[in-house]
Design a protein around this ligand. Structure first.
Ligand SMILES: Cc1cc2nc3c(=O)[nH]c(=O)nc-3n(C[C@H](O)[C@H](O)[C@H](O)COP(=O)(O)OP(=O)(O)OC[C@H]3O[C@@H](n4cnc5c(N)ncnc54)[C@H](O)[C@@H]3O)c2cc1C
Length: 364
C-alpha cells in the first residue's frame, strides 16, 4: 500500500492537515488513530442519557484568527457562546479572570468603593526579575489574590509549587480593571452547533482520505509506503523514549448526574482550596442542550494517564530540546500539534499551525 501522506492522529491538527492535503492538494491520505474515534481530545459524544459530553474535558473554541474561524466554519455552524468561570473562595463565588468584582469580594468592600484599585496596588509585590509563576501573580495581582486563588489551584493542577513552574503557566491569566466577566475576550468564540466530532467528521469526509481507527502507527511501521509523514502524537514516543519520557500532567474525569435542568450558575466553577478536584463543568451551559437532566464533570489532576498538559519547567524543556534536535533532522517526517511539539496549544493554535504547515511545506 502506498499513500502520498500519512497523518498520525485524528485530532484537530491531523484532521486539518489531512483535509487540506486531500481537498486542496489532491493527495492520497491515510489517517491513523489509535483511539476508536476521531477528533482527538476535542471528541464529544452523546452518553446513555442522551446528554452531549466532551469526553476529554470541556472544550470552548475561541480565536482572534479570522482565517482559522472561517476555515472551520466550512464544516460547522456555531452556537454563540461566551464562557464564564467562577472560583469558590471562602464560600463565595468570585469571577475569573480576576476583575473588579473579584477584588471587591476578596477585600470585602463594595465594587463602587473608590479605594478598590489602590487596595490591590498596596498588595502587589515588586519583583525585580519574574522567574516563576508565583512571581507573575505576586507582581501583577498581589499576595491576597495569589493565596486565595492561584497558590493551591496551581499546586493541585501541576503537582508542583508555583515557584517551580515557568512564569507562562499563571501568566496566561490577566487581571482586569473592569467588570468584564467573560473568560475569553477573543473576537470569535463558540461551540460547533452539532459538536466537535461532527465537525471533524465533515473535515475528514473526502474520497482521498482513508481512516484507520484503533491502530497505533507503530504497528504499521515499515508496512505502508508514503512520501510524507505528519506525526501529531507524542514526539518522545516516535523516538521510543530514547532520552527518557517527557513529563505530562494528566486528568481523570468523574461525572455526576442530577435530575434538574441546571445546578451551576455558570459553566465552570474552580475550587482552588478545597477538595482534590480543580474544577467542575456543567456541560449543558456549553452545548446549549435542552434536557430534563444535567451532568457535572469533575476534573482530578494526576501524573499518570493520557498525556494532556506538557509540564512547563526547565528540566522538561531541556529534554524536549533533545527530541527537537532529532526531529529537525528528519526529511520526510514532520511533528505537529500539541503532543508533536510539546507545547500547550489551544484548538485554534493547532489549526493555525496545520494550515501554515500546508502552505509552507506540503504545498510548496
Ligand atoms: C482538559 C482539556 C481542556 C481543554 N480545553 C480547551 C478549550 O477550552 N479550548 C481550546 O481551544 N483548547 C482546549 N484544550 C486543548 C485542545 O484539546 C488541544 O488544543 C487539541 O486537542 C490539540 O489537537 P491535536 O490534534 O494537536 O492533539 P490531540 O487532540 O491530542 O490529537 C492527537 C491524536 O493522536 C493520537 N495518537 C497519538 N499517538 C498515536 C500513535 N502512535 N498512533 C496513532 N494515533 C496516535 C491520539 O490518540 C490523539 O487522538 C483542552 C485540553 C485539555 C486536555
Amino acid at each position: 500500500m502506498r499513500f502520498d501522506l500519512i497523518v498520525v492522529g485524528a485530532g484537530l491538527c491531523g484532521a486539518t492537515v489531512a483535509e487540506r492535503a486531500a481537498r486542496q492538494l489532491g493527495m492520497s491520505v491515510l489517517v491513523v488513530e489509535r483511539r476508536r474515534h476521531i477528533a482527538g481530545n476535542a471528541y464529544d459524544e452523546y452518553d446513555e442519557h442522551g446528554l452531549l459530553i466532551h469526553r476529554y474535558g470541556p472544550h470552548i473554541f475561541h480565536t482572534n484568527s479570522e482565517r482559522v474561524f472561517h476555515y472551520l466554519s466550512q464544516f460547522t455552524s456555531w452556537r454563540i457562546y461566551q464562557h464564564r468561570v467562577r472560583a469558590m473562595v471562602d464560600g463565595q463565588l468570585v469571577p475569573l479572570p480576576v476583575n473588579l468584582d473579584t477584588i471587591a469580594a476578596l477585600y470585602h468592600v463594595s465594587v463602587d468603593e473608590p479605594r478598590l484599585q489602590s487596595l490591590i496596588q498596596q498588595d502587589i509585590m515588586a519583583v525585580p526579575r519574574v522567574e516563576n509563576s508565583r512571581d507573575v501573580v505576586m507582581s501583577r495581582m498581589g499576595a491576597r489574590v495569589y493565596e486565595k486563588i492561584f497558590k493551591n489551584y496551581t499546586k493541585k493542577q501541576w503537582g508542583l509549587n508555583p515557584e517551580d513552574l515557568a512564569p507562562s503557566v499563571c501568566g496566561r491569566i490577566a487581571i482586569r480593571m473592569n467588570r468584564d466577566d467573560r473568560y475569553f475576550t477573543d473576537r470569535y468564540q463558540g461551540i460547533p452547533s452539532q459538536g466537535y466530532t461532527k465537525m471533524v467528521e465533515r473535515m475528514l469526509s473526502h474520497p482521498n482520505i482513508h481512516i484507520l481507527l484503533g491502530t497505533d502507527f507503530r504497528e504499521l511501521r515499515g508496512s505502508i509506503d508514503y512520501d510524507t509523514l505528519v506525526w501529531t502524537g507524542p514526539v518522545d514516543e516516535y523516538y521510543d523514549f530514547r532520552f527518557g519520557k517527557l513529563p505530562y500532567r494528566s486528568l481523570s474525569f468523574q461525572l455526576a448526574y442530577h435530575d434538574s435542568e441546571f445546578v451551576q450558575p455558570v459553566a465552570t466553577i474552580n475550587w482552588p482550596n478545597e477538595y482534590d478536584f480543580t474544577r467542575v463543568t456543567e456541560m449543558k451551559h456549553l452545548t446549549g442542550q435542552f434536557h430534563s437532566k444535567t451532568v457535572l464533570m469533575y476534573e482530578f489532576p494526576q501524573s499518570d494517564g493520557d498525556p494532556y498538559y506538557p509540564v512547563p519547567c526547565d528540566e522538561s524543556q531541556r529534554l524536549y530540546l533533545q527530541y527537537q534536535t532529532l526531529a529537525r533532522k528528519e526529511e520526510r517526517v514532520h511533528f505537529l500539534g500539541r503532543l508533536g511539539t510539546y507545547q500547550y496549544y489551544n484548538m485554534d493554535q493547532v489549526v493555525a499551525q496545520a494550515l501554515h504547515f500546508v502552505d509552507t511545506v506540503l504545498g510548496r
